[in-house]
Design a protein around this ligand. Structure first.
Ligand code: FAD
Length: 307
């Protein structure tokens, strides 16, 4: 055990934590790309209080990374240093009152949208095909087909990396396109959403439409992380997939990594050798689009860990 692992091991034992923890734990099954290095310390907390206790006790210079379902990340081959937190069942509750829907950060987006359908709550249909968690959605301002997380978000209850309770309220500054501007050093534990009652038949119809559109335009059952690059901010510009197509890169392939034939902004990983090869593929695409079209693409996928 190295020094960081010894420090955390002592904290786990001293506090008799009930959550699960492992050292040098391989994270490949926590990434949709099915590949990636080890977490120095991997921890699934058994409660908010326990997580808070561990964060407060750990030294400040030990890095903290939180992962959801790994549907938007590349975990580099060198793994992730410090403490990697994955929220589990204890963060999976959903409930509602008169005006608010409460969802734990580990709730899957599609589970939330089904819950809302069942309770005639409108506005959550777009979550039905996004394969991540509520925490990941709030971090990424996830969205599709004209709706995004910021449209329904009221606030998030978070912990700072030092264990302080922090409330993040919706505001103009909080979200931008596929980005939450204040979450780098926060762990989202629960999100509160705006509750508006709607007609369940309209909600259901919208969910079916969205999922049909998705099936038509996106590859299914492949190792991908969704859109690789953000669409350019300027709405008059082409979308990222159109830029890739225009640059003649739709069929580009490097070391078993290529774009999906169905969607030229979805990377498909067909190799098991290295997560770094996926990053290299993306970096090459960025470079070539810049050379050929003079446009700078920006990663939408989050790249975490060490090369
Ligand atoms: C087939 C496919 C289709 C997709 N379609 C869409 C789409 O239509 N629209 C869209 O927006 N996205 C889409 N995505 C991308 C992805 O599903 C979303 O970005 C999703 O919100 C990521 O959630 P996650 O739980 O998987 O997060 P992860 O991929 O595990 O993490 C993503 C980021 O969120 C952070 N994070 C996760 N949980 C927390 C937390 N509790 N607290 C703080 N930070 C946290 C991580 O640190 C990381 O920076 C798609 C992906 C795939 C594979």
């Amino acid at each position: 055990m190295n020094k960081n692992q010894q420090i955390l091991n002592e904290i786990f034992l001293r506090n008799k934590v009930k959550g699960k923890y492992k050292f040098d734990y391989n994270l490949s099954k926590h990434s949709w790309f099915g590949i990636g290095g080890n977490a120095e310390i991997f921890y699934i907390p058994s409660s908010l209080e326990e997580l808070q206790l561990v964060l407060t006790a750990k030294e400040e210079d030990i890095d903290v990374t939180v992962i959801g379902l790994g549907s938007n990340i590349i975990i580099r081959d060198g793994g992730i240093s410090g403490l990697v937190i994955r929220l589990g069942n204890k963060f999976s509750n959903i409930s509602h009152n008169k005006n608010t829907v409460f969802a734990g950060a580990a709730v899957q987006d599609k589970v939330l949208s089904k819950y809302c359908l069942k309770n005639s709550i409108i506005g959550f249909e777009f979550y039905s095909g996004i394969p991540g968690t509520v925490g990941g959605a709030a971090c990424m301002n996830a969205g599709c087909f004209g709706s995004e997380t910021k449209d329904v978000f009221i606030k998030a209850n978070c912990l700072s990396n030092q264990g302080d309770l922090v409330e993040l309220n919706n505001s103009e500054e909080l979200f931008s396109y596929r980005k939450n501007n204040f979450l780098d050093k926060h762990i989202i534990c629960e999100v509160q959403f705006n509750k508006v009652i709607g007609d369940p038949s309209i909600i259901n119809k919208r969910m079916i439409e969205i999922n049909n559109q998705r099936k038509d335009s996106q590859p299914q059952k492949v190792m991908t992380a969704g859109s690789t690059f953000k669409n350019p901010y300027n709405s008059s510009e082409l979308k990222a997939w159109q830029l890739i197509d225009k640059a003649g890169l739709r069929d580009y392939e490097l070391n078993g990594v290529s774009f999906s034939a169905k969607h030229a902004n979805f990377i498909v990983n067909k190799q098991r050798d290295s997560a770094n090869l996926i990053e290299d593929f993306g970096e090459n695409i960025k470079k070539e689009v810049k050379i050929r079209l003079g446009i700078e693409l920006e990663w939408e996928i989050k790249i975490v860990g060490n090369r």
